[in-house]
Ligand binder design. Sequence first.
Ligand code: ADP
Ligand code: MG
Length: 380
Amino acid sequence: MILPPANLGMLGGGQLGRFFVAAAHELGYKVWVLDPDPRSPAGLIADRHLVAGYDDYPALDELAQACTAISTEFENVPAATLDYLAKFVLVRPSAAAVSVCQNRIAEKNFLRQHGLPIADFIAVTGEADLRSAAPGLFPAILKVARFGYDGKGQAVVDGREQAIAAFQHFQGETCVLEQKLALGSEISVVLARDEDGRMKSFPAVENSHRKGILDVSLVPARAPSGLRSRAAELAEKIADGLGYIGTLAVEFFVVDGELVVNEMAPRPHNSGHFTLDACLTSQYEQQVRALCGLPLGDPRAHSAAAMVNLLGDLWYENGPAGPRYREPDWSQLHAFAGLKLHLYGKHHARHGRKMGHFTVVDDDPQQARERALAARAAIG
Ligand code: ADP
Ligand code: MG
């Protein structure tokens, strides 16, 4: 077991890293963050912030020398970086597991090989792949294989010609073309797996999106309990298949009452923010525990919860002379009972940028959801 006052390393300085730093501090560890942005949210509260790129080897050497174990909050850290660090220091999750989740083709092949239900798809490396795609794949979604997030790098295409145009728009970057499904709902499961393969899953979350970005998460999901436990089983099967150590998130579609795996994230997940306020152990504390070889914590939720993302759009107020930039009036939110506000300390709000979130806890999920939506209406 790695115990305090050990230094832990975190690759990536976003809000997920910031919550990791807070969880690690709570348990007595120190944290070094590596992120190229001098004002990254996690870097601001870290014991040391290495302002450097993920392929800056002198900085990686410094991190490896200072830290006993390293994790990541950013799935696009180059696998070569994780492999390099792993020569000197414990790295969890492994480069192998992260690289499966980094590339939609590798991810879908992995899921198919392990017998998990996925949408029909083909890999697209050139226009010829689109010309020979089976007509049954359309309508479809063309997604860049790497670096997509929050719906970026995706295009809904009704047919072959549109798909070719979208592929050209993505400048011929390697893509997947997957069948567009009629989604009943979307759910996710966040779990933690330790070095001995023991797993603890958080309750399944129901997610709704706005403009491709997660908007509201509700827990427990309104899906039947059989479906929720099946989602946890599938997520655990994925974690086992990856030999995963750490916190893993799995996104699912519910189509005609059946689960389809959408994608995985090799890190804590936006839809798992509720665990900070509604569970005995948060997804971030689990990440610390799995990294350090501590027994995993109890993931039980003590309340139902609804989480609302706060995007940069809220900072722009419509006035007679056009949009005006100003800090939202947070006092409105502090008046709501059972509401927990989290702001990430980002220096500038942009449209679509995740600036913070709040969670409303309640005995009843429907109540939690309604009160969360009322709270949001109160600020903008
Ligand atoms: P990201 O990496 O941006 O989260 P996703 O693959 O999860 O990318 O897609 C973002 C959202 O787009 C999903 O949450 C879902 O709402 C919608 N979507 C993605 N794939 C499909 C699909 N095959 N059929 C229908 N909707 C989809
Ligand atoms: Mg997604």
